[in-house]
Design a binder for this molecule. Structure first.
Ligand SMILES: NC(=O)c1ccc[n+]([C@@H]2O[C@H](COP(=O)([O-])OP(=O)(O)OC[C@H]3O[C@@H](n4cnc5c(N)ncnc54)[C@H](OP(=O)(O)O)[C@@H]3O)[C@@H](O)[C@H]2O)c1
Length: 306
């Protein structure tokens, strides 16, 4: 079968002839920062033995039904989805509803749930919430931002570094933006959110932006922690966390039970199909996988369509 392999640690993907077969025909594979981290040896869960097939989430077809595929160690501890056919446990597949094209459906499972889950399920948006989304310029943040808006938050604020991408968040429904670089970050976050600061923070960054967000946060705020793009550690003052009675809530797509993941996927898919959440993707053919990999590394959301 035609597929893609990573030959050795740090290598970029190459087309390859792969042995095997399976009942699931792969239609599209969504790339994620996770795929790059696994291939580079930066993922805490390690990597499959080399050479391996990358790709942690995909949309495939079984018996005429489109399904989303994620889990079972695919792309992290064993071969992933960048190949024409796979065998996959039936109990882990999620049916893809009509109204989503293959590329959109392929990216709703990792970045999608990571963006939607915090505002819809881990810390459900309340009507009076002022939501601050860190890294709103990335895929996860952009979905969280649109999700918070769709769920009726009173105010939604986008924080990021890339100026052009921050402008785009205004088109996606942000009421205001905050540049993450520069001084007085906490004060600027509080001012952009209004009132006494954000009541809900979505945080794919950790590091200094997360510290500033705790300083900016309103009493009783919930902070949903998703990733560490700005640093693996953050230092908080006890008096702030304790004094404001902040809730810091971890959320990982990998830690979700299958039923919870299924419900989160279908909840987001409904929003995307209804046009309330849009996900900017760049599509590539299998032959263009190296270009897809480098687009993903440069901040785009790349999908390989088979
Ligand atoms: N918990 C989970 O289940 C889960 C699932 C998926 C992803 N994640 C994590 O969520 C994060 C975002 O993923 P994604 O798919 O949205 O990636 P992405 O589309 O590549 O976006 C990356 C985002 O991180 C920002 N960023 C990167 N380095 C930064 C730094 N040093 N300081 C400040 N901002 C920085 C970028 O900001 P600019 O573009 O403005 O520079 C951009 O907004 C990653 O850490 C990823 O591992 C977690």
């Amino acid at each position: 079968m035609r597929g893609v392999q990573i030959a050795e640690l740090g290598a970029t993907p190459e087309l390859a002839e792969i042995d095997g077969d399976g009942s699931v025909a792969i239609l599209a594979v969504g790339l994620n920062p996770l795929d790059l981290a696994v291939a580079a040896g930066r993922f805490y869960g390690g990597h499959p033995p080399f050479p391996y097939v990358p790709g942690c989430e995909a949309v495939g077809r079984i018996d005429g039904q489109r399904v989303h595929l994620f889990g079972d160690g695919r792309g992290t501890i064993k071969d992933g989805f960048l190949v024409e056919r796979v065998t996959f446990p039936e109990q882990l597949v999620v049916p893809v509803p009509d109204g989503l094209d293959d590329a959109a459906a392929a990216v709703c499972g990792i970045a999608g749930i990571a963006g939607w889950g915090p505002v819809a399920r881990r810390a459900p948006v309340r009507p009076d919430d002022r939501v601050l989304v860190l890294a709103a310029t990335g895929t996860v943040g952009s979905i969280a931002l649109q999700g918070a808006r769709a769920l009726g938050a009173a105010r939604v604020v986008a924080a990021g570094r890339d100026e052009t991408a921050l402008e785009r968040t205004l088109e996606l429904g942000a009421d205001a933006t905050v540049a993450l670089e520069g001084s007085d970050l906490a004060a600027r976050m509080r001012e952009a959110c209004g009132g006494d600061g954000p009541t809900l923070v979505v945080d794919p960054l950790w590091g200094e932006p997360a510290r500033a967000a705790t300083e900016a946060a309103a009493p009783g705020a919930r902070i949903v922690q998703l990733g560490q793009s700005a640093g693996p550690e953050a230092t908080f003052a006890s008096s702030i966390v304790r004094g404001k009675q902040l809730s810091i809530l971890g959320y990982s797509v990998f830690g979700l039970p299958p039923q919870e993941r299924r419900e989160a996927y279908l909840g987001l898919a409904e929003q995307v199909a209804a046009g309330r959440i849009s996900i900017d993707v760049e599509t590539f053919s299998l032959d263009q996988v190296a270009a897809a990999w480098s687009a993903q590394a440069s901040g785009a959301k790349a999908v390989v369509v088979l």
